[in-house]
Design a protein around this ligand. Structure first.
Ligand code: FES
Length: 174
């Protein structure tokens, strides 16, 4: 009888130790895994642009004529700060009314350009044509040109750089 009790006691102790070891292993896996997964997510989809980028003095853009502006945006990716050269089309109607278009065609992502002769934005890849207000005049582009958020401070134009899904009728940030 004593021997049976002893065996039961040993078995119970072994089970307890096995459960304890399993629990400790799970806690360790969680402690190590969470930062690792966060790094992976940050490295793949965690790209983040710094809020506002200075584009230039509003007075330096001609009224009524689209002008391409180039600027560096700061990007935070996998905990690293990177400076990336970007551009956008600035369409200034007056000193208080300005629209900034992403330079990326809404069809499949080519860079379009302003054609002074025709007075349209034209994409060289599949011949989409856009009016100065960004609306689609012809071609396969599924939506108008994408506007970027803008603000002006003391006569200086700032833009928030964003990327949008191409090939979609809806403007979706990616
Ligand atoms: Fe511009 Fe296709 S990418 S028309």
């Amino acid at each position: 009888m004593d021997e049976t009790n002893n065996k039961d006691s040993v078995t119970t102790r072994r089970k307890f130790i096995a459960i304890l070891v399993g629990f400790m292993a799970s806690v360790n896996a969680l402690a190590l895994g969470v930062p690792f997964i966060r790094t992976l997510v940050s490295a793949s989809g965690g790209r983040r642009e710094e809020a506002w980028t200075r584009v230039g003095e509003l007075g330096s853009f001609p009224a009524g004529e689209p002008m391409e502006a180039r600027f560096a945006t700061l990007t935070v990716e996998a905990y690293q700060h990177k400076s990336v050269l970007n551009s956008a089309w600035v369409v200034k109607k007056s000193d208080t009314e300005v629209t900034v278009f992403s330079p990326i065609c809404t069809h499949l992502g080519c860079h379009y350009a302003w054609n002074v002769e025709t007075g349209h934005f034209e994409c060289p890849c599949h011949a989409s044509v856009f009016a100065p207000d960004g609306s689609v005049l012809s071609g396969p582009a599924p939506r108008p040109l994408d506007t970027l958020p803008v603000k002006t401070e003391n006569g200086v134009l700032f833009v928030r750089w964003e990327r949008f899904r191409t090939g979609s009728p809806n403007k979706i940030i990616v």
